[in-house]
Write a protein that binds this ligand. Sequence first.
Ligand code: PLP
Length: 403
Amino acid sequence: VSRCDGVEQGPPIEVFALNRKCTEDSCPNKVNLGVGAYRDEAGKPWVLPVVRKVEKQMAADDTLLHEYLPVLGLEQFSNASVSMLLGQDNPAISEGRAFGVQTLSGTGALRVGAEFLNKHLGYTTFYYSNPTWENHHLVFVNSGFTTPCQYRYWDDKTRSINIEGLLEDLRNAPENAVIILHACAHNPTGIDPTQEQWQKIADIMEERKLFPFFDSAYQGFASGDLDKDAWAVRYFVKRGFELVCAQSYAKNFGLYNERVGNLALVLSNSKPVAAVKSQVTWIVRGMYSNPPAHGARVVATVLNSPQLFDEWKDHIMAMSSRIFEMREALRAELIKLNTPGNWDHIVKQIGMFSYTGLTPRQVEHLIQEHHIYLLRSGRINICGLNTSNVVYVAKAINDAITK
Ligand code: PLP
């Protein structure tokens, strides 16, 4: 008899369960289009050469110790992260009203940020896009938010953004609702608002006194250009919004398991900065006390060295270009096969994901008959494609649709 005998089994996490199923599949043609991680042209995980280089230097450096980091993390890291996000000449930085806190990757930044907004500003309502990254709901509810709401985002018919629905839902949101906005490369749809659409979103958020919580998991990885991918966040800062932004280095540095992230906070003036930092310190203290050093040291070293920074920019360009080429290749193959439907959305979407529009039945067919693993929503990770498997995948999609 155990005290835990009555504990009920929780549901599986779809993306990890799918990954396991794919690993266990012995078919040589299998393709993993599930989990959101970069794969190179050979279908292998890619440790960025600049990361390897810095890690080798670190391994040889006897002055690096395993002492605790401060509760809010490595300052060279969080300062460099805020500069990368806002642009180093951003007045919010020189005015001392923007600062960062090192967190356990993007998820940790969302969690610390949400807990601060709930505990210290009293916010209880949050909005996330329909659809969104599957973890937003859980992280915010676990941070104390009591009222989850969704805003419309995806239009199935046009396979694009439902901007009218989105704006209407924001217009109807209560004052002080926290609105989670994907900074770029929306997960799972791959469709971002245009600059004109962002302006309309900002207008309504200003008018309705809504609070922007940006989630930036793909800066640089999406377009290959760090500034372009940060446009929306910088635009909101320029318009005078107070905001927070969760930054992840999982994808753009390939540091998935090192849990390197930053919570950037931008206030309207510098007066409350010290108090806010002290309260965030207590939140972190009660949650995990202080963050790990390794990944943050790697990222800080790269971001603070002009030469290493240029090497890294070449890597993010290489990743985003390969993704773009695979989008083009998949669309071209589907057109060649005369697959019913319009496939332009595959190349219009950006980032690692494509929301294909495949139905759950077609997804099941791809998994069972063709050993191609993707989420039930029809989301595929384009990084799982390469020149050796894209024809196979296109034929399988054609088969699933025409069957
Ligand atoms: N937010 C979005 C939209 C994501 O897609 C992800 C990862 O897939 C994350 C946050 C957080 O990732 P991590 O905690 O690994 O940085």
